[in-house]
Design a binder for this molecule. Structure first.
Ligand code: FES
Length: 103
């Protein structure tokens, strides 16, 4: 059963990101053209926070070595990262953001 948690008001403007901690996980939430996406915040290459990176279209670019990850499905696009990001379910209701870390 998917269990969503209210993580607060939705203040994310299109083209912006936020980092949250939920159930011991760091999660990056990004607003791409009005749609929210949630992925693991830690790069799969080394220990870097993607929140410190840059949004490029549907992707986030890692601040450390520049790998891009697709925010819609977590796919690692460029070397040196080879492992995809975990993707989490996210939605908004009544101006608030809800995220699930369960499958
Ligand atoms: S730590 Fe992200 S690409 Fe190396």
């Amino acid at each position: 059963m998917v269990n969503f948690q209210d993580i607060g008001p939705n203040n994310l403007k299109p083209g912006s990101m936020q980092r949250i901690e939920l159930n011991g996980l760091y999660i990056l939430i990004a607003n791409i053209k009005g749609a929210l996406y949630a992925v693991q915040d830690t790069c799969t290459h080394e220990d870097a926070s993607l929140y410190q990176g840059v949004l490029e279209g549907n992707c986030v670019r890692c601040p450390l070595h520049g790998s891009r990850f697709c925010l819609t499905n977590g796919q690692a696009i460029d070397d040196p990262a080879e492992i995809d990001l975990a993707v989490y379910s996210v939605f908004t209701r009544d101006g608030r953001i809800f995220v699930s870390t369960s499958a």
